[in-house]
Design a protein around this ligand. Sequence first.
Ligand code: SAM
Length: 354
Amino acid sequence: MSDKSRRTRPETRAAKAARPDQRSDPKVHYKLRRKIPDPIWSLSEIVHPLKPTSPRRNCLGDDQTNFAVLGVPPVGNVEAQPFLKWVGGKAQLLAQFDEFLPARVDRYFEPFIGGGAVFFHLKHRLPDLRAFLRDNNAELINTYVVVRDFPHELMRRLDAHLARFLADRANYFYHVRAQHHLSASEVVERAARMIFLNKTCFNGLWRVNARGEFNVPVGSHKNPNLYERANILAASHALRDVHLATQDFRDTMNETRRGDFAYIDPPYVPISATASFTSYTKEDFGAEEQHELAALFADAARRGARLMLSNSDVPFVRNLYRGFKTHTVQARRAINCDGSKRGAVNEVVVTSGD
Ligand SMILES: C[S@@+](CC[C@H](N)C(=O)[O-])C[C@H]1O[C@@H](n2cnc3c(N)ncnc32)[C@H](O)[C@@H]1O
């Protein structure tokens, strides 16, 4: 045994002895995780600021090492959560949805991805799922692409946004909100802007005007949490082989074929005149689109695709999907600005096949 190893061994033993105690204290975990630098990534960022590294190294390599040292589950074992707040998000309904989700899926389609709660849930359950995620909101799809390909650059930009927001509050919010015309190639800036505005605006909405410009006012967040590092990395990992595209629902519905599974979550039919919210993008989604979607649902079911669709539980929707199995789930919805009108509402789930 060398002098050097004799000298270091007691310290190593002491360090090992300390770890089980640290593991049992989540606060110590958190502090330790934050202190560990990310040298491999930092280097690649300097060389190629916008070059995507292999998703495996990017999302699992350095961060998995950190998690492994600390006894925290690696990225692939963590179920990612939506990284945006999205009207109609399905996170709260996942337990009620489980009975409708198939045990085996080859190709999975979502024509209206929104916050992606159902995709992240299913992907965690079925890691081999081949997913095709679509939405006609180009800013949203860009954000998914950037979470998948550039998670570390994205988090750095979000840190910069947060620092400037804490210094200049509403002024900074409106400065970023006015950046409607970032160029198409500024993908990371656009994604960071979307997450920043979504997490600091009033009620966490993404709503645009007739020109397609985001128009929600600033919220009253004192110390907004723009992202969770572990969640961005878990989402990046879940998205690693996913096909993402800005696409109208008609094209996505027509892509499905026998054996595919699609979860279809369109903008909901309003349950009352004041509860209407369909302005995710500048094209509204009205009765005509709901009729077209129902017809495409019937076509896809005839081709042998397995389908699951959710919408408001109103006679118009039940009538559109008569002939298919319908189920009722309960959601708490907070779309109305008047807090007293928030509460439990029934939603309908329509399924095709067995
Ligand atoms: C109810 S949200 C989806 C909610 C989502 N499943 C979730 O869990 O958060 C509806 C989505 O449909 C998208 N959308 C609206 N019109 C569309 C169209 N014609 N084609 C494709 N997507 C559309 C909106 O951008 C929005 O993201």
